[in-house]
Design a protein around this ligand. Structure first.
Ligand code: CLF
Ligand code: SF4
Length: 494
């Protein structure tokens, strides 16, 4: 039995011993790999892998197993982005049009403890607004200090526009904050004037080219200062067609040259209902194909993040889920105390499970690459985490999309959908939306699918199968690829 199955069966919602977990694993017949393998580092130096291996945003592999939570303690912001309406959360690191429950540092601690007790996958605490975490530094710092005093092993992560960050970089380093995200949308202030109408800096409001130039200089300074302190940097860039889409190639070069570890290109989400400048003036966001084309172009630069979910400033859970509404303050007792048992047990189980997953992924990739002449395929997977095909088609609110090609198996993104099956019934209109979201996909892998949706998908040219239910994602993909392109016998026995 896998970690994801254990979670879905509720085994991790009550204190569970490691022995019980191990027994469950061996009875499932899938725990034969080496214990605690740290494979998955790829071409990363071991010390870097050690720093990212439990961070769901910095490691695509980790996002199958580990969860982040955000606490919305930093409401103040010092700039205006044309894609942001300040009634909502910071759109640099979260989904526009969402309002979080704002917390004091003490309330945030209560919430973090409640989540740590209930969500064994929890590994990272991020502060991503709802304004700017470095500008609202006093509250950001107080929150991190309180939490790390109670849960010392939690990773601390913050996201900022970079304008105020140089003023606090020594404190950031001293607090052991190992991961910082900077949102950098331009390295040319002329382009910046089309994204930022004003900034507030050194007690003065700046506009036009002056504003964009100051912001650019401070962002470059932030990169240098963070790198000098060996803090891992992720750069977020919002892709805005016609404004900075082509320019992001240059941004990628510059941030790579300055040592950014990861570059996350986020599509502009522009909806007039959100009341942003771009939304109201008809600026469109990129299509999935435009986003993918840019990402493909940048693949040889800084490592790219393709698994971002543009989550909320109060998000809780694995990246593809949001359990924030289970942890609103009114549901958390005043005197909640931290119990590390579940998180510790979970980590022991994951260490075993993960080793096997890495081995399967490598084998599947190698086998698919060996039959490169077969061409490429897009496969959408319904998963609840743990690296397995373990979700019913009708329960999915997103599909993870993989490409099988000469490069092996690559995760290329996700497609959000409306849940098709509610209370045992599926709506045709919802299914049409799901099929539209799966455009370009060749095969859907899921734990179960009914005849009706399967037929509709087939009519739309998409094969759907539950033949690989609960198998590793990459093993299922290899089997599909073999069935279509390769030497089926060879691939299926890989
Ligand atoms: Fe949060 Fe951001 Fe840290 Fe992750 S999110 S502060 S790096 S812990 Fe992650 Fe969410 Fe994407 Fe951000 S999926 S929006 S990249
Ligand atoms: Fe909005 Fe964030 Fe930009 Fe501030 S930095 S204006 S909160 S998107």
């Amino acid at each position: 039995m896998s970690v994801a199955q254990l979670i879905s069966l509720g085994s991790l919602t009550a204190p569970t011993s490691t022995e019980t977990m191990r027994e469950a694993l061996s009875s499932g017949g899938c725990a034969s790999s080496s214990c605690g393998s740290s494979e998955g580092a790829g071409d990363l130096p071991p010390e870097v892998w050690e720093r990212i291996k439990d961070h769901p945003c910095y490691s695509e592999e980790a996002h199958h197993y580990f969860a982040r939570m955000h606490v919305a303690v930093a409401p103040a912001c010092n700039i205006q982005c044309n894609y942001c309406n300040r009634k909502y959360d910071c759109a640099n690191e979260s989904r526009p049009g969402v309002v979080s429950e704002k917390l004091t540092p003490e309330q945030a601690l209560r919430k973090v403890v409640a989540v740590a007790n209930e969500v064994p996958q929890f590994s990272v605490l991020g502060i991503a607004g709802p304004g700017d975490s470095a500008y609202d530094w006093r509250k950001t710092k107080a929150t991190f200090e309180l939490v790390s005093g109670v849960i010392p092993d939690v990773k601390l992560c913050l996201s900022s526009n970079g304008l105020a960050l140089p003023d606090h970089v020594d404190e950031i380093a001293a607090m052991n904050i190992d991961h910082v995200t900077l949102t950098i949308n331009m390295v040319d202030p002329e382009i910046g004037t089309r994204i930022y109408p004003w900034i507030f800096y050194r007690n003065k409001r700046w506009t036009g080219l002056d504003a964009a130039r100051i912001l650019h200089e401070r962002q470059m300074e932030s990169l240098d200062l963070l790198r000098a302190r060996d803090i891992l940097i992720k750069v977020n860039s919002v892709m805005i067609p016609g404004i900075n889409d082509e320019h992001l190639v240059e941004v990628n070069k510059v941030v790579k040259g300055k040592g950014a570890f990861l570059h996350n290109i986020m599509p502009l989400i522009s909806d007039p209902a959100h009341g942003t400048h771009f939304g109201l003036t008809g600026q469109r966001g990129p299509t999935p194909a435009e986003l993918k084309a840019l990402q493909d172009k940048l693949e040889d630069g800084t490592k790219l993040m393709r698994h971002c979910r543009q989550c909320r400033a109060d998000a809780v859970g694995l990246l593809g889920e949001d359990r924030g509404q289970e942890f609103t303050l009114d549901q958390i007792p005043d005197d909640v105390t931290y119990d590390p048992a579940q998180r510790e047990t979970y980590r022991e189980v994951v260490a075993v499970e993960r080793g096997e997953h890495v081995a399967v992924r490598k084998a599947a990739s190698a086998e698919i690459a060996a039959t490169a002449e077969g061409g490429s395929m897009l496969i959408a997977v319904a998963t609840k985490g743990g690296g397995r095909i373990n979700q019913h088609f009708g329960h999915a609110t997103e599909f993870q999309v993989y490409e099988a090609s000469a490069k092996g198996v690559s995760f290329i993104g996700h497609r959000k959908v409306e849940q098709y099956c509610e209370g045992g019934w599926g709506e045709d209109a919802t299914l049409d939306g799901v099929i539209a979201a799966l455009e370009g996909v060749d095969v859907v892998l899921c734990a179960k699918i009914g005849d009706c949706p399967k037929e509709s998908l087939t009519t739309a040219g998409i094969e759907a199968t539950d033949a690989h239910a609960y198998d590793w994602i990459e093993a299922g993909i290899a089997a599909c690829y073999a069935a279509r392109h390769g030497d089926a016998e060879q691939l299926l026995t890989a």
